[in-house]
Design a protein around this ligand. Structure first.
Ligand code: 9WN
Length: 449
């Protein structure tokens, strides 16, 4: 995917234009800054999203550390009393109808323990402790230590929520109650658990989707997907977003490899934050070890050599081989066998990871019959998954592969700009053209070759 030509001596655009790429990424983040947070996209996602803000803070730490801390503070100011960090914090200044489903649909104001600002009632992967630690490490200062001290108890409460109320399977892993909680909304991983959720596509007549005003409907989840998303929120909201007894009543309960990888990474990061702020890192290290062991025990298939979500309604692993399965590589304590298996999986024709990549890393097995190069999380390449895998490759000392993946990440933006996601064959930009985490994570990989 090098864009170099004979005329310029074949130098790849990324080497020539690192400065221009850096400026593009900073301009994208500045353009999406909204008084106390960064929107993922001005058009498609005009509010604050939870895991986007964590990735964005990592990028901001390189150029605007004050904003990085503000981003995390704004998000955690909307934390619920039970410790959950909502997946969307709504900007009250925006008109009703700027995003579906909006504040009226979630109706958080009615719930005891919800913050004053309107939020959704579900969560996203807990990548925030890792982000906070990386922001501090990038620009350590008195301010950053004070921010860490403010965040630490909140991050601990967030972990406690996930490992307590959300441990529906009872094995030490967090369960998700909605595909949106995985961050990979319409991944093929959710097809079978979602198919069991009763829903009628006709309910969508009562609602107005806005995503398809800004993005090609053929790239987005279908109306039937949305009918099921709505049915799941209806069910969760009807129970006041409570988590007790979920196993007996909620129609979608899954242990996701990415969410639980983030959970383990968070304990590693909390150990580092605890050390820095004078708290005891020991319990965090122990919890990181326990979560990693539970992940291997519950979600690893030693025969197929990858990780899968576990559907708690059937008790079975979901067979699809998606990029979710590669994410546990990000855990430094992952045992040698799954590490070797995941490296083989990532380098297989399914994902095509290499020291010199000829195509971007897809979000789904490119040899699978349900691989779709254009539709959202069903094939396209996403920079946040690339970044998590890049970190994992470095953690396991595969610097050759990490460098290949990094080059591919840089090439994507050099060729197409800061798009939301990218065509997994051509690298063409798809979705929103000025997307926050694409810009932010580009800064991070540019800064750490
Ligand atoms: C629903 C904001 C979010 C990301 C998710 C991505 C998409 C929302 C949507 O956008 O989800 O949360 O409307 O499709 O799937 O990962 O956080 O960028």
């Amino acid at each position: 995917m090098s864009t170099g030509t004979a005329a310029d001596g074949g130098a790849p655009a990324r080497a020539r234009d690192a400065g221009a790429l850096w400026r593009l990424a900073v301009a994208t983040l500045d353009g999406n800054w909204e008084h106390d947070h960064t929107v993922p996209s001005r058009t498609l996602y005009p509010h604050q999203w939870s895991w986007d803000s964590a990735f964005i803070a990592v990028g901001l730490s390189h150029v605007r550390p004050d904003r990085a801390w503000r981003e995390l503070r704004t998000l955690f100011a909307a934390q619920w009393a039970d410790g959950r960090v909502p997946h969307i914090v709504f900007n009250p200044a925006l008109r009703a109808g700027s995003y579906f489903p909006g504040p009226a649909f979630w109706d958080s104001a009615r719930v005891a323990g919800a913050p004053a600002v309107a939020t959704s009632g579900i969560v996203q992967p807990p990548v925030h402790a890792l982000a906070a630690w990386l922001v501090h490490r990038r620009a350590p200062s008195e301010r950053s230590r004070a921010e860490l001290a403010w965040l630490y108890p909140r991050l601990v409460a967030w972990q406690r929520y996930l490992t307590g109320r959300r441990d529906v399977g009872g094995a030490g892993l967090a369960s998700i109650v909605h595909p949106w909680e995985s961050g990979l909304d319409n991944s093929p991983a959710w097809d079978s658990p979602l198919a069991a959720v009763p829903a009628d596509v006709a309910v969508m007549r009562a609602y107005q989707r806005h995503d398809t005003d800004h993005a090609d409907a053929a790239h987005r989840p279908t109306d039937l997907d949305y009918a099921r998303y709505v049915a799941l929120v209806d069910a969760y909201r009807a129970g006041g977003y409570r988590d007790d007894g979920l196993g007996g009543r909620h129609p979608f309960l899954v242990e996701c490899p990415l969410v639980n990888t983030a959970l383990g990474l968070a304990e590693h990061a909390l150990a580092a934050i605890a050390r820095e702020t004078g708290a005891d890192p020991g319990p965090h290290r122990e919890r990181a070890t326990r979560i990693t062991a539970a992940l291997v025990d519950r979600l690893y298939d030693p025969v197929g050599g990858t990780f899968h979500p576990r559907d708690l309604r059937t008790g079975r692993l979901v067979p699809a081989r998606t990029a979710l399965g590669l994410m546990p590589l990000a855990l430094p304590g992952l045992p040698a066998r799954p590490v070797a298996a995941l490296l083989a999986e990532a380098c297989s024709p399914r994902f095509g990871l290499a020291a010199r990549m000829d195509r971007p890393l897809p979000s789904h097995d490119r040899t699978a019959p349900d691989f779709e190069p254009l539709r959202y999380w069903r094939g396209p390449s996403w920079q946040n998954l690339n970044w998590l895998l890049w970190r994992g490759l470095r953690a396991h000392h595969r610097f050759d592969l990490a460098a290949g993946l990094r080059d591919s990440m840089v090439d994507l933006v050099a060729t197409a700009g800061c798009h939301e996601y990218f065509h997994p064959d051509t690298g063409a930009g798809l979705g929103s053209p000025a997307f926050g985490w694409t810009a932010a994570l580009l800064l991070d990989v540019l800064a750490e070759p």
